[in-house]
Design a protein around this ligand. Structure first.
Ligand SMILES: Nc1ncnc2c1ncn2[C@@H]1O[C@H](COP(=O)(O)OP(=O)(O)OP(=O)(O)O)[C@@H](O)[C@H]1O
Length: 252
């Protein structure tokens, strides 16, 4: 299988000489093209830091991170930001939008830098994405006129507008009720079915259980992993049980 992200012996500290906190300790992880991987672990175990270092959003102290064949650690900042913008999508727990733009324009805006002359095309693509994620009728609303779940779907559309190879999500369902969370997850499952690789950080066993592989972190290391395979709808409860069981073991 083709590797899309390859992190080798990643070390990352925060703080200064007097108060240094080692957050990632020799972490090695490979994400394969087309996978849907989630990362679980206790609060402070380093999940978000791992996501940010693997996506080149944050630097590492030593080790290496490759996106396909390109070492992100060796990239210049401009190259890195091109890769992040063109090849990666990001979805956060609380998506940030410009309040004076419509939802559609908020989705289109990040793609304008690379496609200045194609505003019409981009708008039509954004509209298609909105329809696909179930918010087609919200295109011309302002962000204040949408629910948290609807805004999160808009965040997914924005992440998809440049047709990224991989989407990184940091607790994308963390601020939503269980129904809205499942709707967002269904969007991710569909996107993954269509070929986009997904890596999510989550505290929710039900979210992790629907991914294909779960990495468990503790104290800055990946201490366990659960291979679930692609989701088949009949077995969700069983998958949740397996994830919860592993998670409890990790927390002990
Ligand atoms: N920018 C930063 N400066 C200093 N310390 C940081 C910074 N970012 C993270 N940390 C520390 O690194 C450790 C790991 O943080 P991280 O956010 O990666 O953990 P997490 O597993 O995602 O936690 P949570 O589930 O609570 O979001 C924590 O102790 C955190 O306080």
């Amino acid at each position: 299988m083709k590797r899309i992200i390859d992190g080798q012996q990643i070390n990352k500290c925060f703080g200064d000489e007097q108060e240094k906190v080692k957050v990632l300790k020799d972490v090695s992880v490979t994400i394969y093209d087309g996978e849907f991987v989630s990362v679980m672990g206790p609060s402070g175990s380093g999940k978000s830091t791992l996501l940010y270092t693997l996506s080149g959003m944050d630097t590492i102290d030593n080790g290496d991170v490759k996106f396909i064949d390109q070492s992100l650690t060796e990239c210049r900042e401009t190259e890195l930001s091109d890769i992040r913008r063109q090849e990666m999508g990001f979805v956060f727990q609380h998506p940030i939008f410009l309040k004076n733009l419509t939802i559609l324009d908020n989705i289109v805006l990040p793609a304008m830098r690379d496609n200045r002359k194609k505003v019409k095309e981009l708008s039509s693509k954004a509209q298609q994405l909105m329809e696909k994620t179930g918010i087609g009728d919200l295109a011309y609303r302002m962000t204040s006129q949408a629910s948290g779940g609807q805004l999160q779907r808009a965040g997914i559309c924005r992440a998809l507008i440049n047709e990224p190879k991989i989407i990184f999500g940091d607790e994308p369902t963390g601020a939503l009720n269980s129904i809205a969370a499942q709707e967002i997850l269904d969007n991710f499952l569909q996107i993954n079915k269509e070929g986009t690789t997904i890596m999510l950080v989550t505290h929710d066993a039900k979210v992790a259980a629907q991914s294909e592989r779960v990495l468990f972190m503790k104290d800055g290391q990946i201490v366990d992993e659960l291979l679930l395979g692609k989701l088949s709808k009949t077995k969700v409860e069983q998958r949740v049980e397996s994830v919860t069981e592993k998670m409890l073991k990790v927390e002990i």
